[in-house]
Design a protein around this ligand. Structure first.
Ligand code: ATP
Ligand code: MG
Ligand code: MG
Length: 553
């Protein structure tokens, strides 16, 4: 491949390998366990694990768990399940930033001894003001020039819990005049008197993201530390720590653009709000852009990997069109999902020339061009259901306009006979409640005799042998392309029609569907047996995506 076909990270890695700067690459995916992973994280997973796969390297899963108050074990567990489901395997055991807390603490002491860190007693507000801004140089705190001994003693008091939260923090002594705000004496440790999901109440001081991240990378011998663009300005600080600490390795940080998607939000904080306020049923609600939500919606790992490839790796922010994600799953399901029939708006059709009690077994391929997926049996009986929309009494509708059943005319029932509609039965309000029809013998898999031209092919389900199922018809959760970019609260853009629950008739073979099995319900859309609620006694299918592709590439 030419350089053009490779993204900038692949180019860097190939050069590093070719020049021997590294002999093997080692990446990592470092989520904070403060929520479920979303589609943006999925692209980062595909990128980090994908690079390791491509270059026969390794990729760690590391929980960046330095903020105990927002983190929970349930998130730790869910994140691991999502990554495994996507089909990736991390190198060795799961890593936790918290398992390096002793080491970070030693490195903090190291900086203090070198005169490169000090305990500052300014409150957060004073610290912010005294840090200055682009036009204003920073102002030194009274604590900045205390002796090494005093700082060691103060830091020990912090660690021992002698100060309340906000009363002291450890800061690096770098440069209060730096044009890069991240270098204006960043905070290394803050006091948080909360227990931690991994370390319990061992610590009441916790390292900042900046003081932890690069050192985690160094401890794990990460070669290429890939993060999103907002950390570009943190890179000089990332390197300052590596320069000033006796770290065992020298990782390098690279930045790429976050994946944003229209018609949704990708921020754990906002997704949590949707969950907490009951807007959705949970983190794995099929309308959520979380990995577990997409999974429950019927997305496959392959489709999410494919989407990541389509998004690619960029150095400038942009927003991907959600129809691209939808295209990826539709394409996958078109190739791989078994076909089946379900009638969503049932209209009873009685085949007058088929005796009651007679069952004829029709067979149909599970997939039009995947013989290995086998066949299914469709019981054809006197009473069947067709969809209301597939019938009309309007005999003036042209064959071209209405390729379905019209009174007095012919249509083919999918994988069964050609039938003719003869009569309709109506209720007192004039609504059609039943259609009487007759089948044309000898037309299963055969052309009808001369003079009979079916208008089209429609789907159907036996009324006596079919089953009822709950269908959950999902639509986009937001009806605005950029729900969190405007003046209004993002919750004001919720699509009130994002979920409709209905009863449908399904062909009998569908009750044996395994949870998470995907189908194309012919002429209706792609559906998945709900991972949590589907059973043979109570079949539940979720609409994954409609049949029509709206993605224009
Ligand atoms: P959020 O604000 O959505 O919670 P985050 O960056 O705070 O995201 P982390 O748990 O820290 O969440 O993310 C783990 C990794 O996933 C990081 O390396 C981060 O760069 C990456 N990541 C997060 N969001 C995206 C996104 N939208 N696109 C690509 N990568 C992302
Ligand atoms: Mg983060
Ligand atoms: Mg975040």
């Amino acid at each position: 491949a030419t350089d053009k076909a490779r993204n900038f990270l692949e180019q860097i890695i190939e050069k590093d390998l070719a020049e021997g700067r590294v002999s093997r690459i080692h990446t990592r995916f470092p989520p904070e366990p403060n929520g479920f992973l979303h589609v943006g994280h999925a692209t980062s997973i595909c990128l980090n694990f994908g690079l390791a796969e491509k270059y026969q390297g390794e990729c760690n899963l590391r929980f960046d768990d330095t903020n105990p108050e927002k983190e929970e074990q349930v998130y730790v567990d869910a994140i691991q399940e999502d990554i495994r489901w996507l089909g990736f395997k991390w190198s060795g055991d799961v890593c936790y930033a918290s398992s390096y807390f002793d080491q970070f603490y030693d490195w903090a002491l190291h900086l203090i001894r070198e005169g490169k860190a000090y305990v500052d007693h300014q409150d957060a507000e004073s610290m912010r003001i005294n840090r200055g801004d682009f036009n204003k140089p920073g102002v030194e705190s009274a604590d900045r020039n205390k002796s090494v001994e005093e700082n060691l003693a103060e830091f020990e008091k912090m660690r021992a819990g002698e100060y309340e939260e906000g009363k002291a923090s450890l800061r690096a002594k770098i440069d209060l005049q730096s044009p890069n705000m991240n270098l204006r004496d960043p905070v290394l440790y803050r006091i948080r008197k909360v227990p931690h999901h991994q370390t319990g109440d061992k610590w009441c001081i916790y390292p900042s993201y900046d003081f932890a991240h690069g050192q985690e990378d160094a401890i794990e011998h990460i070669t290429h530390s890939i993060c999103t663009l907002e950390f570009q300005d943190h890179r000089p600080l990332y390197e300052w720590f590596l320069d000033n600490l006796p770290v065992p390795a020298r990782p390098r940080q690279y930045e790429f653009a976050r994946t944003n998607l229209n018609y949704t939000v990708t921020s754990k904080r906002k997704l949590k709000k949707l969950v907490d306020e009951g807007v959705v049923g949970g983190w794995d609600d099929p309308r959520m852009p979380t990995i577990s939500g997409m999974r429950r919606r019927g997305y496959t790992p392959a489709s999410i990997r494919r989407f990541s490839e389509m998004v690619g790796v960029s150095r400038s922010d942009g927003t991907a069109d959600v129809s691209m994600l939808e295209h990826a799953i539709r394409d996958d399901l078109n190739t791989n999902a078994a076909r089946a029939m379900a009638v969503l708006a049932p209209l009873k059709l009685v085949i007058q020339n088929l005796p009651e009690g007679e069952v004829q077994e029709m067979t149909a391929a599970a997939h039009p061009n995947r013989p290995e997926l086998g066949q299914r049996t469709l019981p054809f009986t006197r009473e069947i259901y067709i969809d209301h929309e597939d019938f009309t009494e309007d005999t003036m509708l042209s064959r071209k306009k209405f390729k379905r059943l019209v009174i007095g005319d012919y249509v083919r029932l999918r994988s069964a006979y050609v039938i003719r509609a003869d009569d309709v039965i109506k209720d007192e309000n004039g609504n059609i409640v039943e259609v009487h029809a007759s089948f044309v013998p000898g037309t299963v898999g055969e052309d009808p005799p001369e003079g009979i031209r079916p208008r089209g092919v429609i789907h159907w389900v036996s009324a006596t042998h079919g089953q009822q199922a709950e269908l959950r018809i999902y639509d986009r959760l937001f009806n605005h392309p950029a729900p969190d970019r405007g003046e209004e609260d993002f919750l004001s853009h919720i699509n009130p029609e994002s979920l409709k629950v209905m009863q449908a008739w399904i062909e009998p073979s569908l009750v044996n569907a395994a949870p998470e099995q995907t189908f194309q319900f012919e002429r209706e859309g792609y559906f998945v047996a709900d991972r949590c609620d589907h059973s043979a006694e109570h079949p539940v299918f979720n609409l994954t995506i409609g049949l029509k592709d709206t993605w224009a590439n």
